[in-house]
Ligand binder design. Structure first.
Ligand SMILES: [Zn+2]
Length: 487
């Protein structure tokens, strides 16, 4: 029997309230539930349905590493939480508010959790997400004032370390599975102020995830005999030091939920992160390493090889590095050129550093990579945390090209000046081969080409003679293709 069940029996027999929790920590939890309307009503809550709108920010996609994050405008937000069966699903429509080659307009997004199975909607299909995503989504379920109180009151949880934090009362809640949370309660109102937990981010490593609850007001329930609860209207979530979402919602407690079970095809599948690397020799000693969405290039010199781009994930970058080393096993792979800091183009930099590659990037990105390489990855140890190496970094300035040469082959790295996509964008140019390697400035498979004009202007201003364009998204193109995109 659970603590609260015993309490209910005792209180109904003796016609008294159920005060006097076992510890000061549990007292804080019970008081917070009372502040939301009723401890009993909170305990009897098995599900929540939140609806509203908001903003979702694109972490790691800012114009420069310290700039504001671009965001999606969110409408038709729906979050259904089933605490009895450990299931939830989020659905929302996203509309881009920033300049992009692939804008979203009311694009539906849906993802969720069913027990230990996390799943994502991809087009018409549901696909299984990784076990780490499932772990993080399990914790997300309790970034809610009702959810965290239910978890704290569960007999498999421990609640400890009551303390004052800047006028708020805070306690640590460790769930039966070992996951830790901190709940902060407002000193004046006694209402839950925030929930904090840890998560593993592929680029940032161990991060703190905090959700702050504001705008408490009486929430809709089924009415009748059920107590009306006072719940937040606004949920603001941050990862590390970045705000990642802000939602303005209304909440229904114990509402009828959709079927939140993971689809059968997802239940039966295993989470897989497969990497395919397809090689195309573009010129002698110049290879495009394609396959999937984010490509790399390899350039051969007399004494060494250069990799351009370490994108997408550690797994992809390590596969690309291994493939690059097969081209000329006697020559060291010495450098990795990073085109820009965006997380999808820098996710493999830590892996490249672990493989002792020297990073070349624009100088505005130096402190960003110093930070990325120094971060702790203890929740999910990555290649660099298993095999620590110092960062060796060289930077490209705006005026002059950075040049690598062995006397015959020349590789020039230019800053793409005034590229609205990223302030520290670099393009690579091989004058003898008349090949330009670039990313995001012109992707032949894009819906639109808002950055193509800046790229063409840079080619003209630098006096580059380009025949072939090697975009690191999409296939080989020509200068004429770029001009057509601009036109
Ligand atoms: Zn980008």
């Amino acid at each position: 029997m659970r603590r609260w069940q015993l309490c209910l029996i005792v209180s109904s027999v003796l016609f008294v309230g159920c005060g006097g929790a076992a510890t000061p920590e549990l007292q804080l939890i019970e008081d917070a539930a009372e502040a939301m309307g009723s401890l009993r009503a909170v305990r009897e809550t098995t599900s929540l349905a939140l609806e509203g709108d908001g903003q979702v920010y694109r972490l790691g996609q800012n114009e420069r590493p310290q700039a504001e994050l671009p965001y999606y405008e969110i409408t038709n937000y729906s979050l259904q939480l089933d605490y009895e069966n450990t299931r939830w699903r989020l659905s929302q429509d996203r509309t881009s508010t920033y300049l992009t080659g692939s804008p979203l307009l009311g694009a539906r997004q849906s993802y969720g959790l069913d027990g230990e199975v996390a799943y994502d909607q991809r087009g018409e299909q549901m696909v299984r997400a990784s076990d780490q995503v499932a772990t993080d989504r399990w914790a997300e379920m309790y970034h809610n004032p009702i959810g965290i109180v239910l978890l704290a009151l569960d007999e498999t949880s421990t609640v400890s370390n009551l303390r004052d934090e800047g006028g708020r009362q805070a306690v640590d809640i460790v769930a039966g599975n070992g996951t830790s949370f901190t709940l902060a309660v407002d000193g004046a109102t006694g209402l839950p102020h925030s929930v904090t937990s840890s998560a593993a981010h592929p680029n940032l490593g161990d991060v703190s995830v905090e959700t702050v609850f504001t705008g408490y007001e009486e929430a809709g329930g089924l009415g009748g005999f059920q107590a009306r609860l006072t719940l937040p209207r606004a949920y603001t979530t941050s990862v590390d030091r970045y705000t990642v979402s802000e939602y303005l919602t209304t909440t229904n407690t114990n509402a009828t939920l959709d079927d939140l079970a993971a689809p059968a095809e997802v239940q039966g599948s295993t989470p897989m992160e497969s990497v395919t690397v397809e090689v195309e020799e573009v010129a002698e000693g110049l290879w495009l390493l394609g396959g999937q969405s984010h490509h790399s290039a390899v350039v051969e010199f007399d004494e060494f090889l250069v990799l351009i781009e370490a994108p997408q994930s550690e797994a992809r970058t390590l596969a690309v590095i291994a493939r690059a080393r097969e081209f000329q096993p006697d020559k060291p792979l010495r450098y990795v050129v990073n085109t820009h800091h965006h997380f999808d183009h820098s996710a493999g930099i830590r892996a490249a550093v672990s493989e002792r590659l020297t990073v070349i990037t624009h100088r505005v990105n130096r402190s960003f990579f110093e930070d990325i390489v120094s971060r702790t990855h203890s929740i999910v140890p990555d290649a660099l945390s298993r095999s620590p190496q110092p960062l060796t970094i060289e930077t490209v300035a705006s005026a002059e090209p950075y040049e690598l040469t062995d006397g015959s082959r020349v590789l020039q790295l230019f800053h793409v000046v005034d590229d609205p996509h990223a302030a520290g964008m670099i393009m690579a140019y091989l004058p003898r081969e008349r090949v330009l390697i670039e990313v995001d400035a012109f992707s032949p498979t894009s819906q639109e080409f808002p950055f193509a004009e800046a790229l063409l202007q840079n080619i003209v201003d630098r006096g580059l003679r380009v025949d072939t364009i090697m975009p690191l998204h999409g296939g080989l193109s020509t200068l004429e293709d770029l001009e057509a995109a601009v036109g």
